[in-house]
Design a protein around this ligand. Structure first.
Ligand code: PLP
Length: 354
């Protein structure tokens, strides 16, 4: 049976969090002499002299109905990086507990654990980039606190089978984090609908991809109220700036614009996929449910450096599990994809003429 108090690092249960000035009075009207702010204004044209809402309620009230959750089930972070780091710090005792990841996957889970001196267990995905469910379940022991599932997965691009994800969540008493950074590009639906059924489920999403707001740095963490309260307790008090909160509130009224961008990227993805498959030196374009294409070339190193010489930058994934000779290519604009494709064509012609 899942018991949150048994998973949390014991000293955090009794930790007294920082109490910010704005925790004590939540009204908007008043003479605010409680936070040592500058009462005159800011050095900039717009005024930012007041501390922002530590819990970003205006943003969460707009975001919650969009996601079908309650505002109290949301934690916003400085990129997904922040909740990834906080989850490790909340649940893993350094040198004692560990996390479990399924390579090849997103690099930050391992880096965050390394920073905290938390060991990382690795159970590779199958060569089709799916979960090896029995091996994952057998590997998790009493010191495994977090299992990280990335769906759609980075760098392979595909969604993990929903039935497998649910089986992991149901069969383990540790926290299962499902990173859905690319869910807007997938035909599959989010795990957010399962949040109220599984107290050990945490879902991560981000404003960095579909919403086009990578520069703002905002990640979304969805979980039970108890887990969100725990993360709020250990986050830095004012982790999302007032500029960011304003821009997010604005972005959340532009869902149609986000959806239109996603549609364009899906069209570009299909076009790019077909063109890449037509190239003689491409061995495989892996099926994708995201805005990235994992492509196996005959000689990825040569392709990679040829592209780099022409100032086309893709991601070399040839050294990661199951990804020999693979490059990861983000879907670009139609023009960018043309530049890439033309360059790849030139490369193949150059090989033929050698
Ligand atoms: C891009 C990406 C993120 C987003 O990270 P941010 O810190 O929110 O920009 C999260 N998870 C995965 C798997 C990603 O590829």
């Amino acid at each position: 049976m899942f018991q949150l108090e048994k998973l949390v690092r014991p000293h955090l249960l009794s930790l007294t969090p920082y109490s910010s000035a704005r925790d004590e009075y939540s009204g908007k009207e008043g003479v605010f002499l409680d936070a040592n702010e500058n009462p005159l204004g800011s050095a900039t044209a717009n005024a930012y002299n007041r501390y922002p809402d530590p819990y970003q309620w205006v943003v969460k009230e707009k975001l919650a109905p969009l996601k079908g959750v309650r505002p109290s089930q949301i934690m916003l972070g400085n990129g997904s990086d922040e909740p990834i780091d906080l989850l490790v710090r909340a649940f893993c005792e350094p040198k004692e507990d560990h996390i479990l990841i399924l390579p090849p996957t997103y690099g930050m889970y391992e880096v965050s654990a390394n920073i905290q001196n938390v060991a990382v267990q690795k159970v590779p995905l199958t060569p089709e980039f799916q979960i090896d469910v029995p091996v994952v379940l057998a590997a998790a022991d009493e010191h495994t606190k977090l299992i990280w599932l990335c769906s759609p997965n980075n760098p392979s691009g595909n969604v993990l089978r929903r039935a497998d994800i649910l089986q992991i969540i149901e069969s383990t008493s540790c926290i299962v984090v499902v990173d859905e950074a690319y869910i807007d590009f997938a035909a599959d639906t989010t795990l957010l609908t399962e949040l109220d059924r599984y107290p050990n489920l945490v879902v991560l999403q981000t404003f960095s991809k579909a919403w086009g707001l990578a520069g703002l740095r905002v990640g979304m963490c969805f979980a039970s109220e108890a887990i969100i309260a725990l993360l709020n307790k250990i986050k830095s008090p004012y982790n999302i700036s007032s500029v960011t909160q304003q821009l997010l509130a604005e972005a959340l009224t532009e869902v149609a614009k986000k959806d239109a961008m996603v549609q364009t990227i899906l069209v570009n993805r299909e076009r790019l996929r077909q063109r890449l498959e037509s190239l003689p030196n491409v061995e495989k374009v892996f099926p994708t449910d995201s805005n990235q294409l994992l492509v196996r070339f005959q000689d990825s190193a040569a392709v990679f450096s040829y592209l780099l010489e022409h100032k086309i930058i893709v991601r070399d994934r040839s050294k990661v599990k199951h990804c020999d000779n693979c490059l990861r290519i983000s879907v670009g604009t139609e023009e960018e994809d043309n530049v890439l494709f033309d360059s790849l064509l030139e490369f193949t012609r150059a090989i033929v003429h050698d």
